[in-house]
Design a protein around this ligand. Structure first.
Ligand code: GDP
Length: 745
């Protein structure tokens, strides 16, 4: 069976040359139908492609799929206008060029299975990025030969560092006017602190771009045929011999600095072979002490096959990465090393890293970390303990899928109709109580009101919201009864805007978003006791419940949590009423009494109480707990917490003073700075509330050269004047609400 795919190059025009505005009809090669199922680990790569928007990630991914024969037999046909690039199956992505979803696709190159996990680059999509980075073993960092290192490049660079992901750099768009790979290499060293060197050099730039020189093998490579599919190797052109020699020396020196074996050969002036260099590059790349830099132009079909070779040569296979699972033993967590060998001897352990409700229904993406899984097997969710039978196992190629019978450690696959959350661990032995480190889900820091433009779209609105909140735990939706409006909250303005647009495009439901609001929190400063009796015994069924205890602030690292502990002894508070008390407490935490923001960072300890034989009920105790929180609000001292962002700013040295001044003006604290090769990187912590409009400020004060990235760091008490302002605003709006209410009545 052949599956026809019509592939149109993106609106922005990343067409294969010679095809002008025509469309390409692409077929899945039938020989590819069978994924080489039982490969040795050495023959697998799980990689991500990370980049600043518009660097050419999508074009590169497509070219990879083309050269690996995953999509082939291109012929011109007139297609429909609205069919997009293979990886970008979502309408909005086509429009904005942002790859939001971590679609997983696979291909085969030189008998190796390569799983490409799409990593979204924008900082706002933290959960998506974190999930994607967890499951990949290596990455290609794409840079534009003109634009170079930009703010998102810094973001993805930081993420790779945090997750220790080895990477290759690919400087794309050599054909563009103004392409300057040397400058980009300098930027990688100065702005990103990479120990990087070229392993290839371009032969000609801009319209003269003909091919490249492999500095390791010392050959010139040209890309012939209509689509650059025929590789021709030649001697290095005479005019470039000197440069190639110098750059090769530089490569060897830089790798020698971080690799003992090569370093020794270099110092002893021994003959250094191609394999010596390759092995040294691989060792250092795996340790992240060296980044090999490749060059090319995806659009003009140059440099892709050598890049694929480099993926096999220098990026790790799953067996070279140690993955852990956690086992709870009493109050301790023990780390267990997972065994990645592919003989199926070990119990199955898999991580659900992505849920997607798409045209195939509910789909869950997994990575198998240990053991194997077969169609028909039962697996257990270690969090919910639910058992699931595997009726169908599939692998995905963008929006196409293929059935497989078995998957092994190191493989990426997907299952249908599994009810779970992303980050859940599955095992095949019910007693195996372990979990892959659970994915850290940050608290949303920003919210906006949202409503459908037309009330007839309400159904679609609900459907869309239900799907998005399930797929993305940092995207939340709730109803604010005071202001009578629906609220969405997430990790940044763009994050929420993207969902608003998806509602319009995918659910036909245009929406109106309100102004962004920072998600403040309220917390208690010192412990405060309570003793509250809820009693209503006049006529009808009575209510009686008394709760005694203490509410305490949690330490700063837990200031986004709410805890409850029942420490009662005896029967003053019968056990069946305790859930009611916890419920009352949690309800009160939804909305603080100081500013109306959620309460966080406190623990309610229930120590004692009293009940009435007839009149007590769970509900009566719930109300008692609510009263107790009010009591603590009256008697205790409270403060407002605000989200603090970790901000990283990069600018030319001469702007250091200006940038630091701006940060302080925005109530930021500078935590460090690094100067390297004419650039300064400033690290700071700034309240999110002060960051609105910063990008414009930075741009205008640094002649457009400054870049910044930010991500949520933690909650911290806000300045007294901010707190006063919030309290005042809240009191005024409550008053207004009351007056309106009165008028209505
Ligand atoms: P993404 O946002 O990183 O996925 O980037 P795309 O693949 O969508 O590419 C963004 C734009 O750059 C498109 O207009 C592409 O046609 C163009 N582009 C991609 N690769 C190249 C290249 O090698 N040379 C030139 N000149 N343009 C490119």
């Amino acid at each position: 069976m052949t599956i026809l795919l019509v592939l149109r190059q993106r609106m922005c025009g990343n067409r294969l040359p010679g095809l002008s505005s025509k469309f390409l009809n692409v077929r899945l090669m039938s020989s590819y139908k069978k994924y080489a199922e039982h490969k040795s680990l050495e023959k697998i790569r799980n990689i991500g492609i990370s980049a600043h928007i518009d660097s050419g990630k999508t074009t590169l991914t497509e070219r990879i799929l083309f050269y690996t024969g995953r999509i082939s037999e291109m012929h011109e046909v007139k297609g429909k206008d609205n069919v997009g690039a293979v990886m970008d199956s979502m309408e909005l992505e086509r429009q904005r060029g942002i790859t939001i979803q971590s679609a997983a696709t696979y291909t085969i190159w030189k008998d190796h299975n390569i799983n490409i996990i799409d990593t979204p680059g924008h900082v706002d999509f933290t959960v998506e990025v974190e999930r994607a980075l967890r499951v990949l073993d290596g990455a290609i960092l794409v840079l534009c030969a003109v634009g170079g290192v930009q703010s998102q490049t810094l973001t993805v660079n930081r993420q790779m560092k945090r997750y220790n992901v080895p990477c290759l750099a690919f400087i794309n768009k050599l054909d563009r006017m103004g392409a300057n790979p040397n400058r980009i290499l300098e930027q990688m060293r100065s702005k990103m602190n990479h120990n990087a060197a070229f392993i290839q050099l371009p032969i000609g730039l801009e319209s003269e771009c003909q091919g490249l020189i492999d500095l390791v093998t010392q050959k010139a490579i040209y890309f012939n045929g209509n689509y650059g599919e025929i590789i021709r190797e030649e001697e290095i052109p005479k005019t470039m011999e000197a440069e190639a020699h110098d750059r090769r020396q530089e490569l060897i020196e830089q790798v020698s600095n971080v690799d003992e074996t090569l370093g020794e050969l270099f110092l002893n002036e021994s003959t250094i072979t191609v394999d010596d260099i390759k092995n040294a590059i691989r060792r250092c790349c795996l340790k992240r002490s060296f980044t090999p830099v490749l060059v090319g132009t995806a659009l003009k079909n140059k440099g892709i096959q050598p890049l694929l070779n480099a993926v096999l040569d220098y990026l790790p296979h799953p067996g070279e990465i140690t993955n852990y699972a956690l086992k709870e033993t009493g109050s301790e967590q023990k780390k267990i090393v997972l065994k990645s060998d592919r003989n199926g001897d070990h119990p199955f352990v898999g991580l659900a890293f992505k849920l997607e409700l798409g045209k195939f229904g509910q789909l869950t993406y997994f990575r198998c970390y240990q053991g194997m899984l077969q169609k028909g097997d039962n697996i257990y969710n270690t969090r919910s303990h639910k058992k699931v039978r595997i009726a169908r196992l599939v692998r995905l190629h963008s929006n196409q899928m293929e059935d497989v019978d078995t998957v092994y450690a190191g493989d990426i696959f997907a299952l249908f109709g599994i009810d779970c959350a992303s980050g859940d661990t599955f095992v095949n032995q019910p007693k195996l109580e372990i979990s892959m480190e659970s994915i850290h889900v940050p608290d949303p820091v920003i919210s906006m009101s949202i409503q459908p433009k037309n009330s007839k779209d309400r159904d679609n609105f609900s459907k869309g919201i239900a799907r998005f909140t399930k797929e993305d735990p940092t995207f939340r939706f709730f109803w604010d009864p005071d202001n009578k409006e629906s609220i969405v909250s997430g990790m940044g303005e763009l994050h929420l805007e993207i969902y608003a647009q998806r509602l319009e495009r995918e659910y036909n439901c245009p929406v109106v978003l309100g102004k962004p609001k920072v998600s403040f929190r309220e917390t208690l400063i010192t412990p405060c006791e309570f003793d509250y009796l809820h009693k209503k015994q006049s006529g009808g069924a009575g209510q009686f419940g008394r709760v005694i205890g203490i509410i305490e602030p949690l330490p700063p690292h837990q200031n986004t949590q709410i805890l409850f502990s029942d420490e009662t002894v005896g029967t003053n508070v019968p056990k069946q009423y305790v859930p009611g008390i916890e419920k009352g407490f949690r309800i009160m935490c939804e909305k603080g009494l100081l500013t109306g923001h959620r309460i966080a960072g406190i623990k309610m300890r229930l120590l004692d109480g009293a009940h009435h034989i007839v009149d007590s009920s769970e509900y009566a105790f719930q109300l008692a707990a609510q009263g107790a929180v009010r009591q603590v609000f009256e008697n205790g001292s409270w403060q407002v917490l605000e989200p603090i962002m970790a901000v990283e700013i990069t600018a030319p040295d001469e702007f250091q003073g200006t940038v630091m001044g701006q940060v302080s003006k925005r109530k930021g604290v500078i935590t460090g700075s690094e100067n390297s090769e004419g650039w300064v990187t400033i690290y700071a912590e700034v309240p999110l509330n002060e960051m609105f409009g910063y990008s414009g400020d930075l741009r205008s004060s640094t002649q457009g050269k400054g870049e910044f990235t930010m991500e949520y760091s933690r909650y911290s008490p806000c300045l007294p004047e901010i707190q006063e302002k919030l309290v005042r605003e809240y009191q005024e709006s409550s008053l207004q609400n009351q007056q309106q209410q009165k008028k209505k009545n």
